[in-house]
Write a protein that binds this ligand. Structure first.
Ligand code: NAD
Length: 267
């Protein structure tokens, strides 16, 4: 039995992780918290997420639950996630980190901290996207430099970071497969008289509209043909189930930074 704690448990992702945790025989929901002063603090988390009373109250501090859990799952904000990583590190627990938008300095800190505890970090916890990352690598290698690569991602209007962590990961995987430095070839927007497309550019464009849960299309545009690979998510539950699967997997692993490819055995 793995005892989990959910950070941001009243949020869009946290609430689905909390609700779905009840479906897993080998997972016990042992704690849930959200930010300081959250309006639902003290209420039963089961009632908040729509699964009926479960006897666990929403806390507003990670310290109040950390000793009772094995794995913390955090889909929150960058600052909160870093705090959670530091706390997990000091307590010798495990972490599943789904928050997106980290900068290089944040990743460096997380990488250093995870020398002390096991952590699964992934900007997309769905099976489909992680499988696609593998496939994209193969397509890029076979096609080589003759095809123009464009990544188009669409998300709901409330998403804070752009482009999505998934689009960036896709771009990184493709850049690595083609021996390109992503910092040098990524193009995030085009406007004005900017001249012809440079052959090695990797375009990454972000759409924000309505309630789109998450869509990614990778286009390989050649002369006379074009390959488009699209992944669409229609429910956040696909990410939530991925996070719960990661929590089961990471419990008892040795210290280090892992991703969903490790969890799904795709490496
Ligand atoms: P949300 O705003 O609905 O939820 C975030 C929750 O975190 C809120 O309830 C907020 O109050 C809470 N929070 C803020 N500060 C906190 C703190 N210090 N301690 C505890 N809780 C705190 O957002 P969301 O749509 O659930 O997304 C959350 C993050 O997860 C985003 O970065 C998003 O991009 C990412 N995300 C990742 C995946 C994935 O598969 N990895 C999938 C979907 C979303």
């Amino acid at each position: 039995m793995v005892r989990i704690g959910v950070a941001g448990a009243a949020g869009r992702m946290g609430s689905r992780i909390t609700a779905l945790s009840k479906e897993y025989e080998d997972i016990q929901l042992a704690g849930a918290f959200d930010r300081k002063g959250h309006k639902d603090t003290g209420r039963d988390i089961g009632t908040i997420v729509g699964i009926g009373e479960c006897g666990i109250q929403l806390s507003d501090s990670p310290e109040s639950i950390i000793d009772n859990i094995d794995v913390l799952i955090s889909f929150t904000t960058i600052e909160a996630s870093l705090d959670h990583a530091r706390l997990v590190s000091s307590k010798g627990k495990a972490l599943v980190l789904g928050t997106t938008g980290f900068g290089k300095e944040h990743i460096q800190e997380i990488t250093a901290l995870t020398k002390k505890f096991p952590c699964v970090m992934a900007s997309n916890m769905s099976m489909g996207v992680n499988l696609l990352l593998k496939v994209l690598q193969d397509i890029a290698r076979v096609l080589g430099d003759g095809y123009d690569i464009e990544i188009i991602e669409s998300h709901h209007r409330l998403k804070k970071d752009s482009p999505s962590g998934t689009a960036l990961k896709m771009a990184q995987v493709i850049a690595d497969a083609l021996n390109r430095n992503l910092d040098e070839v990524a193009v995030y927007a085009r406007k004005g008289l900017i001249g012809e497309r440079k052959p090695k550019e990797i375009g990454i464009q972000a759409i924000r509209a309505g309630d789109i849960v998450g869509e990614h299309t990778v286009m390989f545009g050649g002369l006379g043909e074009r390959i488009e690979v699209t992944h669409k998510v229609s429910s956040r539950d696909t990410f939530a189930r991925g996070a719960l699967r990661a929590a089961l997997w990471v419990h008892g692993k040795s210290a280090g930074l892992y991703d969903m490819q490790d969890v799904l055995g795709l490496k």
